[in-house]
Design a binder for this molecule. Structure first.
Ligand code: AVI
Length: 324
């Protein structure tokens, strides 16, 4: 496994940038320390959060067709987390290697171990990094001379603002190369009630996931947050087609972090993340702005989610059909 995790000094700089904004907002990847990754896995199993089940079912059902449309190459998963979704693709593709990128080192190591046991004939490489800042894949014999097939499940693109999402998709296009492909899972807009329940589950895992951010800042950046003095809220903002998740200060308070004091007014929100939702048409337009065109789409019957297969717009092949 390669460890390219951002240094504490980079985190401190990002915290200053984020807390200087209005509203205050921190990068979503800060949520994923080891405990955050564990809590996120628990969210994925909540009855209100159907995304993971829906995407897993689509992958199990359509992996052979997806693999046929992707062709041969090394499979590169961005934001692999527990890498629980990739097995059907690995079976269908039988790639020469699998590369998993994720920000949470311990979690990634465990995921790679599990996958290596499950797929002993496929070489597995883990790279701990902030994949949104990765300008190139490390020089590795496993990748030399191979086509690159990207896999970006879970609608993680939605955690970036649309401008950042275009930048990220453009970066993936460069990382994957002119003959690359990208299979990407995208959550779609639906009723406010269903979405707000998905991001504020009754068992409280979503709230614990957000509050764990403060625990992490206390531990890693000498913070003085009292997590109990912030309540968790998740709201659907229809005009921006996104869920906004926030920790809202219950009182006027000052918090010190890495030697700097920050004021939180009573009722002031710290945005922990946004989760943007895209209709298939809106996503296709976003991908086009980053130089990708749509080859195929596999959509859930209830219209909640799609897996899109993209190819670089500059490559010659004709766009494919829409399979729903
Ligand atoms: C990882 N990401 C796609 C999740 C989402 O649905 O936006 C993160 C999440 N946060 C709270 N619940 C889920």
């Amino acid at each position: 496994m390669l460890d390219l995790h951002p240094a504490p000094a980079d985190m401190a700089r990002l915290v200053i940038e984020g807390l200087s904004r209005t509203p205050k907002q921190l990068p979503a990847w800060f949520l994923y320390d080891n405990e955050g990754s564990r809590l996120f896995d628990a969210i994925c199993e909540q009855p209100e959060y159907g995304l993971t089940r829906t995407e897993t079912a689509l992958l199990s059902r359509h992996a052979p067709a997806m693999a046929a449309a992707m062709g041969e190459g090394v499979l590169v998963e961005f934001g692999a987390g527990s890498a629980r979704k990739v097995s059907p693709l690995l079976e269908a593709l039988a790639p020469p290697a699998y590369v998993a990128l994720d920000i949470s080192a311990e979690h990634l190591q465990q995921a790679c171990r599990n996958l290596q046991q499950r797929h002993p004939s496929i070489p597995v490489l883990g790279i701990c990094c902030d994949y949104s800042q990765l300008q190139q894949l490390p020089e590795q014999p496993l990748l030399a001379g191979q086509r690159r097939l990207g896999f970006y499940p879970g609608s993680s693109l939605g955690n970036f603002d649309p401008d950042e999402a275009v930048t990220l998709l453009g970066q993936f296009a460069r990382l994957l190369g002119s003959d690359g492909r990208l299979l990407i899972g995208i959550d779609q807009p639906r009723s406010a009630a269903a979405l707000e329940a998905a991001y504020n589950d009754r068992a409280g895992h979503s709230a614990a996931f957000a509050r764990n951010l403060l625990v992490r800042l206390n531990r890693e950046l000498a913070g003085s947050f009292d997590p109990g003095s912030f309540r968790y809220e998740a709201h659907w903002q229809a005009q921006d087609s996104r869920i906004a998740m926030a920790l809202v200060s219950e009182r006027d308070q000052q918090v010190s972090l890495d030697g700097t004091r920050w004021r939180f007014a009573a009722g002031e929100a710290l945005i922990t993340e946004y989760s943007h939702k895209y209709s298939p048409e809106a996503f296709t337009a976003l991908a086009a702005a980053a130089g990708w065109r749509s080859l195929e789409r596999w959509g859930a019957d209830d219209g909640s989610f799609s897996l899109h297969l993209l190819q670089p717009a500059a490559s010659g092949a004709e766009p494919g059909r829409l399979s729903i």
